[in-house]
Design a protein. Structure first.
Length: 399
């Protein structure tokens, strides 16, 4: 296996992958149907992520085509300097080396996340969940067909068919050098990887996102944003879980009643704090721990806060650091909120569902990181790089 594939070959492989995905739609769908039929869990988010339909295949194709059209992220000069002794010093982007992606359920990760890692010049190790094995093996074959068509080694994309015990052993004592691990899944998977990995881990995907309805909110905008963020895709990490409402909101009771009625049309179970309890069709929260939970389900918590300061404090205490939105007509209040909230993405009068690499103009994402190093939020092609220093001279030595 060559240590480096030039950009022409990387792009050619990606374009071929896009073509093969379109050609092999039936094989992918048939394999996915087996995974769906044999899935025995009751996790509706997991089942939703597992499904590969025509729209998902089309999304995979688009992501590969967009990747192939983007500039090479490698070799970009970020800094240069000429030393007084004549040495030329520069810093350029470089691949990590080997990126391991551990994920649950989502076969599209086998294409989209792996595609970003591949375009960034990295070797990829994929460890998917047993629930999506049939889908993943078909997609792996397409990777190998595309690589083989352009004379590249199959080792650029490897699938690790490990059970949990074997995965733990590999994380603790890898049989090859791993430079970065990206877990894509629930909190238990992330905790498992962080506990056993011996290399850097990018924490990805935990949501528990908040919307704050300010006392100067446009209530129709608030209603539309909350319904969109909660109900359009409950399995997404950018979905909404918590709504906090200013206690001095005009027509507060009417708004809350209307909001609960609208959410119940979608089958959302509504929990409320002590300030709202007693509202028909809602469930009082049992304790404060629920504020920490990411639901990935048709559940939501409504509560009251005494203004923007209290809203910021509550979000910073309980949220997953993913996304938070304020609904208000007051731009100064919005700016104060957005600067004060410690999340990867902050919004003003916008649904949290936009926290996504494609929606942010990145052409896709490897993951959505809630870490602050080395990149926060959606990690796109240009972010999945490290750097290297280049120093050129004519025999200089340091005195």
């Amino acid at each position: 296996m060559k240590a480096f594939l030039d950009i022409q070959k990387r792009n050619a492989v990606l374009k071929t992958m896009a073509r093969l995905l379109q050609k092999e739609r039936k094989a992918i769908s048939d394999a996915n149907a087996i995974d769906i039929e044999t899935y025995v869990g009751e996790d509706i988010a997991m089942r939703d992520r597992l499904k590969v339909d025509d729209d998902k295949i089309a999304g995979m194709v688009r992501s590969l085509q967009e990747l192939a059209s983007q500039e090479d992220p490698l070799g970009k000069e970020r800094f240069k300097f000429t030393h007084e002794n004549g040495m030329r010093v520069s810093n350029k982007t470089a691949p990590f080396g080997t990126v391991m992606i551990i994920y649950e359920s989502r076969p599209d990760v086998t294409i989209e996340a792996a595609g970003i890692a591949f375009k960034s010049g990295n070797k990829i190790l994929l460890k998917g969940g047993k629930e999506s094995l049939n889908s993943n093996l078909v997609l792996l074959k397409l990777w190998h067909d595309a690589l083989g068509e352009h004379g590249a080694s199959f080792d650029w994309v490897t699938y690790l068919q490990f059970n949990r015990k074997e995965t733990q052993a590999f994380l603790e004592h890898p049989t090859e050098k791993i430079d970065l691990i990206v877990p894509r899944g629930g909190e238990r998977l992330i905790a498992f990887v962080k506990e056993h990995a011996t290399c850097p881990v990018i924490v990805s995907g935990r949501g528990n996102n908040f919307v704050y309805v300010d006392h100067e909110a446009d209530l129709q905008i608030a209603m539309d944003i909350i319904k969109n963020a909660k109900t359009t895709k409950i399995s997404a990490c950018n979905a909404l879980d918590k709504v906090i409402i200013a206690s001095d909101l005009p027509e507060k009771q009417q708004f809350i009643r209307q909001l609960t009625q609208e959410l119940k049309k979608y089958g959302v179970k509504i929990f409320v704090d002590d300030h709202i309890k007693g509202l028909e069709g809602t469930t009082p929260i049992a304790n404060e721990e629920i504020w920490y939970e990411e639901f990935l389900d048709y559940k939501i918590v409504l509560g009251l806060v005494d203004g923007v300061e209290a809203a910021i404090a509550k979000i910073n205490k309980y949220s997953g650091g993913h996304s938070a939105s304020i609904v208000t007509k007051n731009s100064k209040t919005a700016s104060y909120f957005m600067n004060g909230v410690d999340c990867a993405a902050v919004y003003h009068n916008v649904s949290t569902r936009f926290t996504d690499g494609g929606q942010f103009g990145l052409g896709g994402e490897l993951a959505i990181s809630t870490d602050k190093l080395h990149q926060r939020g959606p990690i796109g092609l240009q972010h999945l790089v490290t750097n290297k220093w280049y120093v050129e001279g004519t025999g200089q030595i340091r005195p």
